[in-house]
Design a protein around this ligand. Structure first.
Ligand code: DC
Length: 217
């Protein structure tokens, strides 16, 4: 493993809109760890292609953009746009793109005193030796409902059925790809947040992390 053996790694994976972003930020804040939302790295590469008017189906060009992604300059507000997420999930199936971004993510994982990385393949591929692996999930209906409420909360109109279809399509693409499909690592703790508040999810995560930290040398 290229990561520094003394940095403490918390790997958080799960499907879109399961609450892993909120949980990851909360965990990173509570422990004073660095946080990387790895979805933003795929989004940044996709945005670079869109901005340059380049095709999304050319692996060599997409890989070049992935190599140029700077982890320091990832702007969540800019990158959270729906069309960037769609484009990201298309280039995320390309092995060259994944190789480039995984390399950058592994470099990040060595930061002291610890890191929280969230994504789809952190526990399975990026940091398979992480002492804490969480797989955060919720039913597609609940995830679509949360996204629906979030959009409406911003004063924008939203169509629940369209969002629900979108969540299911994104799951299919993320779970069905050949390279690094979304799935829980064998040693991941499953956190189903369908019926759980963010506070309850945080407390569950905290118990798991505290135990692993007490064993960490
Ligand atoms: O979590 P997100 O919506 O920001 O992710 C955008 C896309 O990037 C998503 O469709 C899957 C992909 N992704 C991935 O393949 N591996 C990761 N570690 C993170 C995201």
């Amino acid at each position: 493993m290229p990561s520094n053996p003394t940095s403490f790694i918390i790997a958080i994976d799960g499907p879109a809109a399961a609450g892993k972003g909120t949980l990851s930020r909360r965990v990173a804040d509570a422990y004073g760890f660095h946080h990387l939302d790895t979805g933003l790295t795929y989004r940044a590469a996709a945005k670079a292609l869109l901005d340059a008017g380049l095709p999304l189906d050319d692996p060599a060009t997409a890989e070049k953009m992935a190599h140029d992604v700077e982890l320091d300059g990832l702007d969540r507000d800019v990158l959270s746009k729906h069309e960037i997420g769609e484009a990201a999930s298309k280039i995320a199936v390309m092995p060259g793109v994944r190789r480039a971004l995984v390399e950058a993510q592994r470099r990040f994982s060595g930061k002291q005193p610890g890191v929280v990385l969230d994504g789809r393949d952190i526990g399975t591929v990026v940091c398979p030796d992480a002492p804490v692996k969480l797989y955060v999930t919720a039913s597609p209906e609940v995830r679509a409902r949360r996204r629906f409420e979030e959009i409406r909360g911003k004063g924008t109109t939203a169509d629940f059925d369209a969002i629900f279809e979108d969540v299911k399509r994104r799951d299919e693409r993320d779970m069905g790809r050949t390279d690094s499909p979304l799935k829980p690592a064998e040693d991941a703790h499953l956190l189903d947040t369908s019926e759980m508040s963010i506070e309850a999810a945080f407390q569950a995560a905290k118990s798991i992390i505290d135990l692993a930290l007490s064993r960490h040398t």
